[in-house]
Design a binder for this molecule. Structure first.
Ligand SMILES: [Zn+2]
Length: 421
């Protein structure tokens, strides 16, 4: 057992922050036991890591990141989605057939995740099985919890970066068998890239693999208007983009759909009915002029929404940066909706980037008893006067004005993480 001592703040619900000043967060075997102002007599004598006036917050959860796009982060962001994929993304992802390259770049990515306090992440790899296993090894060694997906693509893809349907399904199943029980905190996830790049046979085959091995799934939905138009041309037999995925059995309570910028009320109803998770990636939506995601509509429909950096369409790896962008984006949405759809509050944005996305990983993203002790220690001394600010104000200031230098410690499942090498 051990305790972390400091100013503890988290969101058990999206409505408000829970604050425990100068208190003890106690864990046993990686799981939170409780929060105490003073240690009760039976806990006296346990190891205490005292962080003084620092903040202690849950680790950040990134629901959507393309690991092989880390190297071209920030490039070509004056393009739109489909042009950007062709010019920048596919050529870069194709390089991950080279194992040396994969190892070097994925290690750099793990360092940046560590630096920015991402303790759980759902990753897209490339179409390469070996590169995907290298990514899983690297992330597991770093101590970060992750779902990692070998990407599947068998149509409308460049000649240098495509698989046949049979190849794609066979190598995916081999990869699942090789990795599903190999790691503690890292698991495979079924990852059809998106409808335009996956045939019906491939999508249905992947849904079957998910069922056979009880695996989670992730993909992209309704990011950009040209993409949505393309999907309707490819699948006139379905009423919407969302219905295509539903027809392939890919919408379940264990699925993350990323973006969901442009959806009809009927699609939102279907997503709610299937209890899908949505990864909201406002940085990417701005960068590729995809649009303003109406997060409030999804929350009002009772849909679970987490945050994603969407590296490399997103340009910032810290989820705290995505929290502030989600609030900014919701303010534009409020204006666009005729001031009807309320802006996100800070507690809602923080919840999305911790417990909201964390639910996909289990009991993650909160400091309630029974949750995994995934925590960050934030030293905000350089950010301004602390004496006259509440703990909540100090957290807001870190989210908007802080950076990775303010994060001084990272814990996953009770274990202190050191910098990946
Ligand atoms: Zn993406």
């Amino acid at each position: 057992m051990k305790a972390l001592k400091g100013n503890i703040i988290f969101t058990a619900s999206s409505e408000k922050f829970e604050v425990y000043e100068n208190s003890y967060l106690v864990e046993s075997e990686g799981t939170i036991v409780g929060i105490f102002k003073e240690l009760p007599s039976h806990l006296k004598g346990i190891e205490v890591d005292n962080f003084g006036d620092s903040l202690i917050i849950p680790g950040f959860v990134d629901m959507h990141l393309h690991a092989p796009q880390f190297q071209n982060m920030g490039l070509g962001l004056d393009e739109e989605l489909l042009q950007w994929l062709e010019k920048y993304t596919f050529p870069e992802e194709a390089k991950y057939s080279n194992e040396q390259y994969a190892k070097r770049l994925y290690t750099n990515l793990a360092k940046e995740l560590w630096r920015n306090g991402t303790t759980r992440v759902s990753l897209f790899s490339s179409i390469h099985r070996n590169g995907t296993e290298i990514l899983m090894d690297v992330v597991s060694r770093a101590g970060i919890g992750a779902f990692v997906g070998k990407v599947n693509m068998d149509r409308n893809s460049p000649d240098f970066y495509v698989e046949s349907t049979e190849e794609s399904l066979a190598s995916t199943e081999e990869w699942i068998l090789a990795t599903k029980d190999k790691y503690n905190l890292v698991k495979p996830i079924i990852t059809p890239r998106f409808v335009p790049a996956c045939s019906v046979k491939l999508m249905k085959g992947l849904a079957k693999l998910s069922e056979k091995y009880n695996l989670k799934m992730q993909s992209h939905l309704s990011e950009n208007e040209s993409e949505i138009q393309w999907v309707s041309e490819l699948h006139p037999e379905f009423g919407s983009y969302t219905e295509v995925y539903d027809g392939m059995n890919l919408l379940t309570e264990n699925t993350i759909m990323t973006h969901a910028v442009h959806n009809t009320p009927e699609e939102i109803e279907l997503l709610a009915k299937r209890n899908v998770f949505i990864a909201h990636c406002p940085n990417a939506n701005y960068n590729l002029s995809s649009g303003i995601m109406p997060a409030r509509k999804f929350l009002d429909a009772g849909i679970r929404v987490g945050l994603g950096t969407d590296i490399g369409a997103g340009h910032q790896i810290g989820i705290y940066k995505v929290m502030s962008r989600a609030v900014q984006s919701s303010k534009m949405n409020w204006l666009n909706s005729g001031k009807v759809e309320r802006c996100l509050t800070m507690s809602e944005a923080f919840y999305m980037g911790t417990k909201g996305g964390g639910e996909f990983f289990g009991k993650v993203g909160s400091f309630e008893s029974g949750y995994s002790l995934d925590a960050l220690v934030i030293d905000d001394e350089n950010l301004g006067d602390r004496d006259f600010r509440s703990i909540e104000e100090r957290l807001q200031r870190f989210i908007y004005c802080g950076d990775d230098r303010n994060i001084t410690k990272r814990y996953v499942a009770g274990k202190l993480l050191s910098e990946p090498v």
